[in-house]
Design a protein around this ligand. Structure first.
Ligand SMILES: [Mg+2]
Length: 198
């Protein structure tokens, strides 16, 4: 057992970190699951998000297939349990379009009780929730958190859950680390905060 007294706080995004939101959107429009990133899928998703704001919100609230959204990868559930069992504090940090349905989704997955805090805030406001690490897929979140932390001298690890849309040029990448699965993130942060290994 670790002798660590401090409980590390981790801000965890939901969509496209814990669950395959964009895959689900694509499915709603094409009727098939496509886990690859193709020009066709890119076009569908771009068109979807480029649509009119009011209709987008209505679709999110009424028609999006929230109930059937699968996990982003198979390490999500075991990773969350591993983090909790290691004495860490997983916290939801999400700008989801449906808060109640996000609670339902986490509940159905059997991981809702692992989270001590739920912060449903706009991406640009995620930095205001003080954590030791943050994992997200949105490059504008990496940038706003980095800017906020630098201005206040806050030290926080910014982790990018790698997705096709966040693989930008290194010069404007504000993420400190990139991971290709949730489990990779969990292994990294447990190792980082485990004082018994130092
Ligand atoms: Mg996201």
């Amino acid at each position: 057992m670790s002798q660590r007294k401090y409980t590390p706080r981790h801000g965890i995004d939901i969509d496209n970190v814990l669950r395959d939101f964009l895959g689900s959107v694509t499915y709603a429009f094409t009727g098939k699951w496509d886990t690859s990133w193709s020009d066709e899928r890119n076009g569908i998703v771009s068109e979807f998000f480029g649509g009119e704001r009011a209709s987008l919100t209505a679709w999110m609230q009424n028609e999006a297939p929230w109930e059937s959204m699968p996990v982003e990868d198979e390490t999500v559930v075991p990773g969350l349990y591993q983090l909790k069992e290691a004495g860490h504090k997983p916290m939801i940090l999400s700008a989801t379009h449906s808060v109640l349905k996000a609670h339902d989704w986490l509940d159905r997955l059997g991981v809702h009780d692992l989270f001590a805090e739920f912060h449903f805030v706009q991406g640009s406001k995620k930095a205001h929730v003080l954590t030791d690490t943050i994992i997200d897929d949105n490059p504008s979140v990496f940038a706003s958190v980095d800017k906020w932390d630098q201005r206040r001298g806050h030290s926080r690890l910014i982790v990018a859950r790698t997705q096709p849309w966040n693989a930008g040029s290194p010069s404007d990448d504000h993420a400190h680390v990139r991971v290709s699965s949730f489990g990779e993130y969990v292994d990294g942060v447990i190792n980082m905060f485990d004082e018994s290994k130092r």
